[in-house]
Write a protein that binds this ligand. Structure first.
Ligand SMILES: [Zn+2]
Length: 206
């Protein structure tokens, strides 16, 4: 069985109003919605992840009284400090309405204020388990396709954990966007090295 994992397609990551808007992110909801529709007909399981932070989360620059997009520290580990984003129950934390209805399961992450969670599978310290692996296992999923936001953070780390968990892991390169151009280039290089297959959504629709 195959699954599509849609990473963090939430209003705070989508321009122009998102608090942590990823450049080009507004191009994705409609395209991903169309892909979900097509893949559902092919029997894919469609799963979404949702960044779901408590107020004063440790990844927020405001929590540390520092400027956003600078490096800080969280629970002893280096941490990129972000603008406040995806605060639980806020509009920005909601999944994009075009995609939400297609998701058979939503996996929330980033709920522990003391650690960030880029991957849809585990917290950044690899301790907290979101339940995504159990859900995929329960559905006999062997192959995953990953898309969404942002390529250089949550999409990348979701792919790396999927490979480590022995899924046949495919990144849909045209349905991701990165926080920075260089970050996106580096992420693609790293994922290729780690044996993540880079595919175009057109190949999936054949
Ligand atoms: Zn976050």
């Amino acid at each position: 069985m195959k699954a599509l994992i849609v990473v963090d397609l939430q209003y705070d990551f989508v321009p122009p109003d998102g608090k942590l808007a990823v450049p080009g992110g507004a191009e994705l909801p409609e395209k991903i919605s169309n892909l979900c529709e097509a893949l559902k007909k092919k029997g894919f399981l469609i799963v979404g992840t949702q960044d779901w932070h408590p107020r004063n989360h440790g990844s927020f620059a405001s929590t540390h009284s520092k400027p956003p997009f600078t490096m800080g520290e969280l629970s002893g580990a280096p941490q990129m400090l972000w603008p406040d984003h995806c605060v639980q129950e806020s509009k920005g934390a909601e999944l994009d309405s075009l995609v939400k209805g297609h998701l058979e399961k939503v996996i929330q992450k980033g709920t522990n204020p003391a650690v960030d969670s880029y991957s849809g599978f585990f917290d950044n310290n690899k301790n907290g388990d979101t339940g995504l692996n159990d859900y995929l296992q329960a559905n006999n999923i062997k192959k995953v396709y990953v898309c969404g936001l942002a390529l250089d953070y949550c999409v990348k780390f979701t792919c790396l954990d999927a490979v480590a968990l022995h899924y046949d892991t495919n990144l849909i390169t045209d349905l991701c966007r990165a926080v920075t151009v260089q970050g996106g280039i580096d992420a693609l290089k790293e994922l290729k090295l780690k044996k993540v297959k880079l595919v175009d959504s057109k190949e999936l629709l054949k």
